[in-house]
Design a protein around this ligand. Structure first.
Ligand code: HEM
Length: 486
């Protein structure tokens, strides 16, 4: 669709010469300044980054229109900033255009890793890791050491995801696990730069400038070292496996000249990088924010304990299969994700020009959905800034209510075919971690309340201060906890 008379870009604030609205994007908290701009310029506005327009969406009703009427058109994420990088490069799944490669990899991912049957098969892995998570917290409680919730959750999520992808966790003894976790944290810290680099690349590439190349390539090289070793190890054991994990399947595809889609080792390594980053750091932040809200809301803690006590009892640890019978725990996780979505912004790009709300969006235009603003939109949420898990009791799982409201109001995992394929796994990881922490421990913090300040310039919503707590065993009469202490 070509622009015609009367078609124009959505509204926009006054611009500065040359840089356009660049200064508005580089403020301390991008999602909040974009939210503020939307209250002035409406839920669909644009900013010029140098001379390139970027569209911003901040309401549930505009999100609905885009994801119901223009979903395929916005199924791209734009061009990767650095082709050869394993992190957001051109071999990646996250950055892949919507097409043959993306469809092939998505099929493998669903059947081998993230679909309901694959999740059922890997339940044992998560059960083992849940016990380890509990044991580690218990050890610290007994020794009266402080616990950094985010660090413990990162280990828990990372071990689960690595084991599910490649049949083993990263090795703790030789420092490999720590290296992967550090690389994930480093990559997340780079996401703001990558996001910015992605938007600026069109004007800057013309000048031969690639932003943040050194930082991105340094992480990519170090990921490559670890992953090459892991791939070689997988190849050595190839003759004696029975149950192939995702890495085995992809290595076999890599060797098969008649495969449906020809992939290389770089595709496998990039997929691994995408999955560990997408899965472990998001779960870490989601758990940390939700636990902080629970600590600041003793009535929620009380209600969670009662629910877990009546469904699970006090003689065994809460487990994955209990989650379906713990609606208040599920509602608490959802409410944590609504108020503090780890992916506060996500970006897509238009394949061709289209019209939204009477405005014209040209082809190849970046479009950013402000998840944070949509999930605090006062037109669709009552008391949008309050932590109220009750609002999710009876909330439809399938989005039928959204359909009736003509709004897409709950989008912590994005939407449509490029929406997060790991949402079910994420609910399991975060739900069981919070279940264990609530069931087995009481919490002591240094101040009266946890400070809910956000870290500046973080694209993955991060607490300004790590949530550090002292654990006390609770409830006092849980026998299974005391025998584990001795
Ligand atoms: C609390 C945890 C998580 C949150 C908040 C989250 C959020 C998101 C968001 C907002 C997107 C972009 C969606 C869009 O463009 O519509 C995304 C994409 C993605 N997520 Fe997640 N995610 C989480 C956990 C996971 C897990 C556990 C995995 C897998 C191990 C995963 C794998 C992915 C992948 C592969 C994509 C790219 C999908 C594509 O481009 O087709 N995520 N996630």
């Amino acid at each position: 669709m070509k622009p015609k008379d009367g078609f124009e870009l959505p509204p926009s604030p006054p611009t500065l010469p040359i840089i356009g609205h660049l200064h508005l994007l580089l403020s301390g908290s991008t999602h909040k300044s974009l939210q503020k701009l939307s209250s002035r310029y409406g839920p669909l506005f644009h900013l010029n980054i140098f001379s390139v327009p970027v569209i911003f969406v901040s309401s549930a009703s505009v999100a609905y229109e885009i994801f119901r009427e223009h979903e395929v058109n916005f199924s791209l994420r734009g061009t990767p900033p650095i082709d050869e990088s394993l992190l957001v490069g051109s071999f990646g799944f996250f950055t892949a255009p919507y097409g043959g490669y993306w469809k092939f990899m998505k099929k493998q991912m669903v059947t081998k890793l993230l679909g309901p049957q694959a999740l059922e098969r890997s339940r044992g892995i998560r059960g083992y890791e849940r016990e380890g998570f509990h044991a580690s917290l218990l050890d610290k409680a007994v020794k009266n050491e402080s616990v950094e919730i985010g660090k413990e959750e990162m280990k828990f999520a990372n071990n689960i995801i690595c084991k599910m992808i490649m049949g083993r966790s990263c090795n703790e003894e030789n420092g490999e696990a720590e290296r992967v976790r550090d690389l994930v944290a480093e990559s997340t810290a780079l996401t703001m730069m990558i996001f910015v680099a992605n938007m600026f690349q069109r004007p800057l590439k013309k000048l031969g400038i690639t932003l943040f190349r050194k930082e991105i390539m340094s992480v990519s090289h170090r990921f490559n070292e670890v992953l090459e070793r892991i791939l070689e190890e997988h190849e050595r054991k190839k003759d004696n496996y029975h149950d192939m994990d995702l890495m085995d399947v992809l290595l076999e595809t890599c060797r098969d000249e008649t495969a449906e889609y020809r992939i290389t080792r770089n595709h496998i390594k990039s997929l691994f990088v995408d999955l560990v980053i997408a899965g472990s750091d998001t779960s870490r932040h989601a758990t940390q924010w939700t636990m902080a809200e629970i600590i600041n809301n003793p009535n929620v803690l009380e209600r969670l304990r009662e629910e877990i006590g009546s469904v699970v009892g006090k003689t065994r640890l809460v487990q994955e299969s209990d989650l379906q019978n713990l609606p208040y725990l599920q509602a608490t996780v959802k409410e944590g994700l609504r108020l503090h979505p780890p992916g506060a912004l996500f970006a897509r790009s238009s394949r061709e020009g289209c019209k939204i709300r009477g405005f014209y969006i040209p082809e190849n235009t970046p479009l950013v959905v402000n998840v944070y603003a949509v999930m605090r939109d006062p037109d669709t949420w009552e008391d949008p800034n309050e932590f109220k898990p009750e609002r999710f009791l009876g909330f439809p799982c399938s989005g039928q209510q959204d359909e009736r409201d003509h709004a897409l109001k709950y989008i912590p995992f994005g939407s449509g075919r490029r929406g997060c394929p790991g949402s079910n796994l994420a609910y399991i990881i975060v739900g069981t971690a919070i279940g264990v922490m609530v069931q087995c421990f009481d919490w002591k913090i240094k101040a009266d309340e946890v400070d809910m300040e956000e870290a500046p310039r973080a694209l993955v919503l991060t607490m300004a201060d790590h949530l550090s707590v002292f654990l006390l065993l609770a409830p006092a009469d849980s026998k299974f906890l005391t025998w584990r202490c001795h």
